[in-house]
Design a protein around this ligand. Structure first.
Ligand code: MTE
Length: 319
């Protein structure tokens, strides 16, 4: 994965950061912000293109953080989605042509009831929750994001994993007409990621359909992605079309491309550097490039919830 590039964002475009006190407060702020812009104001491209439907979701205080939220503009314009290019702004510039309807997600492999779901049925499968998660990219930048969705376990229970299901693989979409970078051979497409079954069933592992109270923008993995907040961001496959339950550990895209640099587990770990850079600190996107870097936390700060999944494992070996 290419090393961090400093984004060229004019300081005038950086939204003042707000602490997310409550959903109502945020909505008020959003309303005020829109009114303050007034008629005739020139909106930036990211805001003009933003006509996505709202996605009502119930805040889940169990997954609430006091950290400042990353401004919505940064969440949706500083992305990794290599099918659209390796530049951070390639996804926002090119993902508009991704076809997200009709969309089915098939679940197969070691399950008693394999089946396909229409995305609009998945949207209704369980109550939509809003959870604020930290996202830590392996490139040593981070964000704090209000995602909407529900636990992946809710969906997996529907298909009844068999006792042989030890791993859960996520296969993402390949759309040659919409994805300009498929020919660049950065990775062997489709982008594939996977988790151990206990990681996949963990309540923190989330199926995500929306962000900031609206359906996901294409560049963030519409219409459905996963979020696994204690792992580096590359584990969170975007625009998923297939979920396979497997007996054996599958070969995931980054492990296949560079096994010395990217491991299957990819738990956020400040003590295990990437071979080409440190993982001890992170740059918080939206804080401005001159802000001090923050210390990266073990398991991205979710250790109390997930450390027990790795009892007895050498986390240097299983990076
Ligand atoms: N999923 C697909 N299909 N293709 C990708 O290139 N990049 C990953 C992950 N999921 C990627 C992907 C990486 S490296 C990160 S850090 C996160 O998506 C970024 O998610 P975000 O752009 O929504 O912040």
């Amino acid at each position: 994965m290419s090393k961090l590039r400093i984004p060229h964002i004019a300081s005038s475009e950086i939204t003042p950061e707000t602490v997310w006190l409550s959903r109502r407060k945020w909505l008020q702020q959003a309303g005020l912000g829109a009114a303050a812009l007034g008629a005739g104001t020139l909106l930036p491209a990211w805001a003009m293109a933003d006509s996505r439907a709202t996605l009502p979701s119930q805040p889940n205080p169990q997954y609430w953080l006091s950290n400042k939220l990353t401004p919505e503009k940064d969440v949706s314009s500083y992305n990794n989605f290599y099918e659209f290019g390796t530049g951070k702004t390639d996804p926002v510039n090119y993902a508009g042509s991704l076809q997200t309807r009709p969309w089915t997600v098939s679940i197969e492999g070691e399950v008693a009831r394999p089946r396909s779901f229409d995305i609009d049925d998945l949207l209704k499968l369980a109550p939509m929750e809003e959870r604020i998660y930290r996202l830590r990219c392996v490139e040593a930048w981070s964000m704090v994001i209000p995602w909407s969705g529900y636990a992946l376990a809710t969906l997996l229970k529907q298909v009844e994993p068999t006792s042989k299901a030890k791993y859960v693989e996520f296969v993402t979409t390949v759309q040659p007409k919409a994805m300009p970078a498929l020919n660049d051979q950065i990775l062997d497409w489709p982008y594939v990621e996977a988790l151990r079954i206990d990681e996949a069933m963990h309540p923190l592992t989330m199926l995500v359909f929306g962000v900031y109270g609206k359906l996901l923008p294409n560049q963030n993995g519409a219409p459905m992605r996963v979020a696994i907040p204690w792992k580096y961001g590359f584990k969170s496959g975007k625009s998923i079309v297939k979920i396979r339950l497997l007996e054996k550990m599958p070969l995931t895209s980054w492990v296949k491309a560079a096994p010395r640099e990217y491991g299957f587990y990819a738990n956020v770990n400040p003590n295990v550097p990437h071979p080409r850079w440190s993982q001890a600190t992170e740059r918080r996107i939206g804080d401005g490039i001159f802000s001090p870097r923050a210390d990266t936390l073990m398991f991205n700060g979710y250790g109390d919830q997930v450390a027990s999944l790795y009892t007895g494992m050498d986390l240097r070996e299983n990076y």
